[in-house]
Structures are given as structure tokens and as C-alpha cells.
Ligand binder design. Structure first.
Ligand SMILES: Cc1ncc(C[n+]2csc(CCOP(=O)(O)OP(=O)(O)O)c2C)c(N)n1
Ligand SMILES: [Mg+2]
Length: 268
């Protein structure tokens, strides 16, 4: 990130960031802001909403824009309220796998069912990073975490596959190694109507990558070969651990805000 670019979008008073050295959250901030820059989008028309967790610190305090830091798990509930009273604003939720899929899982599914006009970015670092690396609903089988020291035995959930089955208009997953795809996907979803969900696969550098005995750079190199585009997954060698990336769903159905105002007109 150039100095000029950083000064334009980031709050200087919080730099250097409180993220751990090498944390992939910085790549998410960069991809998001590059998308904003390329779209020439006005951040004064954006409200960020986040929950509690390291990834929830991406918008607030880093990005120069209005943001609400909500209770743990309640980002989508608060974002829904903001969108309903200010439908003219673009409401963007950036939170973690714990915040959105664990304690906030119910809100996530129902906002997708309603096709609520929100852009939701879930940073999936595979653990509860902020509280020191406990297993989350997306922790893969076998991963050693602070609460699964002998390896996780619980089946994880694939949030994209679940949301694909809802009324959401847009569902996509990218790895942190797919920087340009991630940036383009944020651009694609930014001004769409309805519920747009982007998962960013970004293993926690401190509690996943370091536990595996790797550096952040080594992990990114590994992700180049484990993150496979959806259309090529069937061709991957049998038994190879792969992360399916790509767009799971793209539709242009009216979102909740439009449906609600049509409904109000119809009963007036
Ligand atoms: C009601 C409530 N329960 C538990 C916590 C403790 N807590 C804070 S952050 C967090 C998990 C965050 O995990 P995730 O959303 O994946 O964010 P990450 O730090 O991994 O980016 C938990 C359990 C809390 N703050 N509030
Ligand atoms: Mg997490």
C-alpha cells in the first residue's frame, strides 16, 4: 500500500496497526480499499458494521469512514436496522467466522433468506483469533487449536454452501492468495442489490499458521496450490486437501428494501 493511498483511506492515529505481524487482515483491508478506489466509490455513503474479533477491527478503527462496532454476533442485526432507516447508504459488514457463523449464525442465515441489502465480508481465519485461537465452526478436521490440542474432530460448516441455498443474490469465496480475484469480487458485489456474501479464507497467522510451524509467506505459497477454482475441483488429485474458491451464486433478484417498499405501496 503506497503512503498516499494509506493516507487517503486509513486513520493515521491507529497506525501501526494492532494486528499481529504478518496478519492477513491487512490484505483484506488492501483489497477492499483498492476495490473502493477503482470503483471511485464515496466512503461517505458507506456505513461499516462489525462485531467483536480481530477481523471486526478491519473497518473500525482502521478505515476513515463511519462505522459501528456492535456486540459480538450482532453485526448483521445492527446492519439490518441501519439499512432499513437509511436505505440510501451502502451498508457493509466485515466480521469473523466466529462472529458471523457461530454466535451470529442465526442472523446470517435470516439476512440471506430475506435477501437483505447488505455486503457481508466474512474473514475466515479458522479460529477465534482475538480470544487466543479457540476452535470455531469453520475449524477444519485435524487442526490443532488451543481448545483442540490433539486436533479438531468436529465437522466444520461450509458457510458458502449453506448460503448458496438461501435467497442471497451473491455468494463467493476467495483465499487471501487470490488478491485480485478478491478485489474484483468486492467490486462486483459492492453496488449490487440484495444480500452479497464474500468469504475470505485467511488462516490466523498467530494461532493457525505459527502452530503449523510455518511463516505467513510460506502459508500464502501453500494456498496458491490448495485454493482451487470451483470448476477445477473435480480434477484435483484424489485425497488432496483443497479449498474451493469462486463465485457460488450470482443473481439479481430485488432485495428486501425494494420488496418492503413495494409491499407497503400495495397495502396503502
Ligand atoms: C457475548 C460474547 N461472548 C464471547 C465473547 C468473547 N469473544 C470475543 S471475540 C470472540 C471470537 C471472535 O472470533 P472471530 O469472529 O472468528 O474473530 P477473529 O478474532 O478470529 O477475527 C469471542 C468468543 C464476547 N466478546 N462476547
Ligand atoms: Mg475467526
Amino acid at each position: 500500500m503506497s503512503k498516499h493511498f494509506a493516507r487517503k483511506y486509513l486513520r493515521e492515529e491507529v497506525l501501526p496497526s494492532t494486528f499481529c505481524p504478518g496478519c492477513f487482515n491487512g490484505i483484506v483491508i488492501n483489497a477492499f480499499l483498492k476495490a473502493v478506489e477503482e470503483l471511485n466509490a464515496n466512503l461517505r455513503k458507506v456505513v461499516f458494521v462489525s462485531g467483536i474479533g480481530c477481523s471486526s477491527w478491519i473497518p473500525s478503527p482502521h478505515i476513515k469512514a463511519d462505522s459501528i462496532h456492535t456486540l459480538h454476533g450482532r453485526a448483521i442485526a445492527v446492519a439490518t436496522g441501519v439499512k432499513i432507516v437509511r436505505p440510501d447508504l451502502n451498508v457493509v459488514v466485515i466480521s469473523g467466522d466466529g462472529d458471523l457463523a457461530s454466535i451470529g449464525g442465526n442472523h446470517l442465515i435470516h439476512a440471506a433468506r430475506r435477501n437483505m441489502d447488505l455486503l457481508v465480508i466474512m474473514v475466515n481465519n479458522l479460529v477465534y483469533g482475538m480470544t487466543r485461537g479457540q476452535a470455531s465452526p469453520t475449524t477444519p478436521i485435524g487442526l490443532r487449536t488451543t481448545t483442540t490440542p490433539y486436533g479438531n474432530f468436529e465437522l466444520p460448516m461450509d458457510v458458502c454452501r449453506i448460503l448458496e441455498q438461501t435467497n442471497a443474490n451473491y455468494v463467493a469465496r476467495w483465499c487471501i492468495s487470490n488478491f485480485f480475484k478478491l478485489k474484483d469480487s468486492i467490486k462486483e458485489a459492492f453496488f449490487m442489490r440484495g444480500f452479497r456474501f464474500i468469504e475470505v479464507y485467511a488462516p490466523c497467522v498467530t494461532y493457525v499458521v505459527r502452530y503449523e510451524g510455518k511463516t505467513a509467506g510460506e502459508k500464502i505459497k501453500e494456498l496458491f496450490s490448495t485454493c482451487i477454482p470451483r470448476e477445477l475441483v473435480d480434477k484435483a488429485p484424489q485425497g488432496k486437501k483443497v479449498i474451493e474458491v469462486g463465485v457460488f451464486k450470482k443473481e439479481d433478484k430485488p432485495g428486501y428494501i425494494e420488496m418492503y417498499s413495494d409491499y407497503r405501496r400495495s397495502i396503502a
